[in-house]
Design a protein around this ligand. Structure first.
Ligand SMILES: NC(=O)c1ccc[n+]([C@@H]2O[C@H](COP(=O)([O-])OP(=O)(O)OC[C@H]3O[C@@H](n4cnc5c(N)ncnc54)[C@H](O)[C@@H]3O)[C@@H](O)[C@H]2O)c1
Length: 300
């Protein structure tokens, strides 16, 4: 961890992402404080972090001593005020509502250590707008993690209009200490990842609608031809076509015509075929597994 030891990281929101982020920092040697207003979410996060560590031990990736030390570095809090005191990095990863995020930053900013970084894990909201509510917007940055955090190597650092170069450099050092790779992007709709993924998924749907190829063929093309772990239609089924549609509508509104949502996506959403979460999207699913041969055949 180099120069950063023994820094205190405060993770606010112990849902899906907060759990993974807190695990990552605790395992990397940071004193990690995980905060949530919902005690059930906190208890579930603690249990999930212990499970990730135990699985690591079972697979021989982590020693049992390191797993125990990681857990010992983690503490959980219901109260943001107590958790934020003296923190060197605060990452808010509460539900995607701007008022909630801004409220946390306003409540925590005076309690953190001098020069602390304030990061938001927002997927889509404006970092500039969130930062504008802080007393020192130059210390605020987007730190966009990927799910599942313990497996995904990328963190997208998002520079708002006021974010300082020092904040970017310190944030990149935190990401390095996690053993992950950061890229730095200027704030823009969809950043790099969501914009690219939305474009690919939309284009795959147009090809399917035009009858260029079946769903299975399009997904196989990207898996075997480009070595993607999953095809774009399989990925859309995993993300959920309702979520994908709302991202596309936003990109269409902000970036223009090339992001117009494919009519086949509108059709799937209207039919309630939202993807894996409801058992049916481009493919059908049974007991969580894709039913072979169930993909749409094209020219819909
Ligand atoms: N799910 C993903 O794949 C993903 C990927 C990248 C970024 N994100 C972003 O990360 C953030 C969190 O997403 P998630 O999927 O973990 O959500 P989630 O719903 O699983 O968890 C959110 C947590 O925030 C807690 N919370 C709400 N208000 C709070 C408050 N005032 N103080 C403390 N805790 C509070 C909730 O109790 C809940 O446990 C969102 O901004 C989302 O856009 C999500």
């Amino acid at each position: 961890m180099g120069d950063l030891q023994p820094q205190i990281v405060v993770v606010v929101g112990s849902g899906l992402m907060g759990t993974g982020i807190a695990h990552g920092f605790a395992a990397a040697g940071f004193q990690t404080r995980l905060v949530d207003t919902d005690p059930r979410a906190l208890a579930a996060a603690e249990a999930n972090i212990a499970k990730i560590l135990n699985d690591g031990v079972a697979l021989g990736k982590v020693s049992s001593e390191n797993a125990a030390a990681s857990l010992a570095r983690l503490s959980v809090f219901n109260d943001l005020t107590a958790a934020a005191a003296g923190g060197d990095l605060l990452i808010e990863t509460v539900s995607e509502k701007i008022d909630l995020k801004i409220g946390i930053i306003i409540a925590a900013q005076d309690l953190l250590a001098r020069g602390a970084i304030i990061a938001t894990n927002t997927s889509a909201l404006s970092v500039t707008e969130i930062a504008a509510a802080a007393d020192a917007p130059e210390r605020v940055i987007g730190m966009h993690f990927f799910n599942p955090v313990h497996k995904m190597k990328l963190v997208e650092l998002v520079r708002g209009l006021a974010t300082s170069s020092e904040t970017v450099a310190k944030s990149a050092a935190f990401v390095d200490a996690l053993g992950k790779t950061s890229i730095t992007v200027n704030e823009a709709p969809g950043l790099t990842t969501s914009r690219m993924s939305a474009m690919m998924g939309n284009e795959a749907m147009y090809m399917l609608m035009e009858g260029v190829a079946s769903a299975e063929e399009i997904d196989t093309a990207l898996r075997l031809g480009f070595n993607h772990p999953m095809g774009p239609l399989e990925l859309g089924d995993l993300t959920g076509w309702d979520t994908r549609l709302s991202v596309l509508k936003y990109l269409h509104q902000t970036l223009g015509e090339k992001f117009r949502p494919c009519p086949l996506i509108l059709k799937l959403v209207a039919a309630g075929r939202l993807g894996r979460k409801v058992g049916h999207g481009v493919y059908a699913y049974e007991n969580g597994a894709k039913v072979p041969g169930s993909g749409l055949k094209g020219a819909q």
